[in-house]
Design a protein around this ligand. Structure first.
Ligand SMILES: O=C(O)CC[C@@H]1NC(=O)NC1=O
Ligand SMILES: [Fe+3]
Length: 407
């Protein structure tokens, strides 16, 4: 029946079938969870537990009255990179402009150069350190993008490292191809040729190696146009790969509408999204993935259209966007607080944003993101007064237990 039994826990299930107007978390107080081979096989009030045959070889876990939640889902990270951009942060605070930093070889292309120069082992070691911190803060599912290699060999290297992270650590990894993150030095002024290179020589090879779970693009005035992005999306669609997009981060450019038209899993950033963009996401079930870490770090002033997202019933996700340039953030509970404090999400919305909605953004809603019979037993145990407290602390809150596949 089960090989692990969690007792003496209050459950914030995030189960949409249990969520009500009065309880946005789908709570079961004084609950229990039975797990068999990493899957939830029983969940409910402890008083309703069926008799457990004495001889059953069951590992009993005492939750000591803590709150058990789904493991947190970080559905947008660039966590695999080499090099250091902290000096740029200091230079900017001492008056240097982005342009001056870029002219000195700083910015995204400096991370590209460092990532190309790093060996696969060096890249893995640097990334594992950051993912260990993410795990300590409750993350059990992690999306990892490429996009700092920008050659076949280096995009390959990044995605192999992403795969290795999931093989070595108790975390589920979704691998996203983001070759269209920036135009590399060898293609400067030839963005169209670079896009052709990506769709003809890079994406098919990485897909063949089963290293791509979805395809992303940075659709922005300083990156790729909607027309260039669509070429990539057409290629992804031909390979049967879902798409996602960095869109409307710095301007209204049409990326969100484009991604929704391709039934994109998510459209991310969205500070400059308008009602047409929101309605296109609602029409196609595309998740709005808000990234308050980048908003905070680059001191953006334009807020994403949260009221419109609510009005049109678009799922609202939150993620760290962990990257060295605009969002050096590792903790999802910090991002949950930012979602509430900066974007005025309710704690319930913030909780769903990193659980059930995060799962939808990765196409994993049948496996993770809720505590429900049949779902993977990826969970986190918290010593808090209730699930609302996960959005309250500004950093520093860690679960007492990070539980992957039940243990
Ligand atoms: O500066 C970097 O390294 C990444 C910037 C980051 N990438 C993206 O698509 N949007 C961003 O803010
Ligand atoms: Fe990003």
């Amino acid at each position: 029946m089960w090989n692990v039994l969690w007792l003496n826990v209050h459950l914030a299930t995030g189960d949409e079938a249990l969520v009500t107007a009065g309880d946005g978390y789908g709570c079961i107080r004084n609950g229990a969870v039975g797990v068999h081979d990493g899957v939830i096989c029983w969940i409910g009030a402890q008083a309703d537990l069926p008799d457990v045959p004495e001889n059953l070889a069951t590992r009993i876990e005492d939750g000591r009255g803590g709150w058990l939640t789904p493991g947190l889902i970080d559905a947008h990270t660039h966590v695999v990179f080499a090099g250091d951009r902290s000096r740029e942060f200091a230079e900017r605070l001492n008056g240097a402009s982005y342009e001056e930093i870029a002219r000195k070889g700083g910015g995204i292309l400096s991370t590209v150069a460092a990532t190309r120069a790093a060996s696969e082992q060096e890249l893995l070691e640097a990334s594992l350190k950051r993912v260990h911190t993410m795990i300590r803060e409750g993350t059990t599912t992690l999306e990892v993008k490429s996009g700092y290699g920008l050659t076949l060999a280096d995009e390959f290297k990044q995605l192999r490292v992403a795969r290795a992270i999931g093989e070595q650590l108790p975390v589920r990894v979704h691998k996203t191809f983001l070759g269209a993150h920036a135009v590399p030095p060898e293609y400067q002024g030839r963005a169209d040729a670079y896009v052709t290179f990506l769709v003809e020589e890079v994406l098919p090879v990485l897909h063949e190696e089963k290293l791509v779970d979805s395809v992303d693009a940075f659709c922005e005035t300083i990156a790729f146009s909607p027309a260039q992005t669509e070429i990539l999306f057409e290629a992804a669609q031909k390979l049967g790969l879902p798409v996602r997009i960095h869109a409307e981060q710095l301007s209204l450019g049409g990326g969100t509408v484009l991604a929704a038209r391709y039934h994109g899993l998510s459209a991310d950033h969205l500070e400059y999204a308008d009602e047409q963009a929101v309605m296109s996401m609602a029409r196609h079930g595309t998740v709005a993935m808000l990234l308050p870490g980048a908003f905070y770090f680059i001191r953006e002033k334009q807020l994403p259209p949260v009221a419109l997202l609510r009005e049109h019933g678009v799922g609202i996700g939150l993620a760290t966007d962990c990257n060295p340039g605009t969002s050096p953030v590792l903790g999802l509970t910090t991002v949950m607080n930012m979602g509430c404090t900066l974007f005025r999400l309710t704690p319930e919305e913030s909780f769903r944003a990193v659980t059930s909605v995060g799962a939808r953004a990765l196409g994993l809603e049948q496996q993770v993101g809720m505590l429900r019979q049949g779902m993977r037993a990826d969970m986190a145990l918290w010593e808090v007064t209730g699930p609302h407290e996960l959005s309250y602390w500004v950093g520093g809150l860690q679960p007492t237990r990070h539980i992957f596949e039940g243990i």
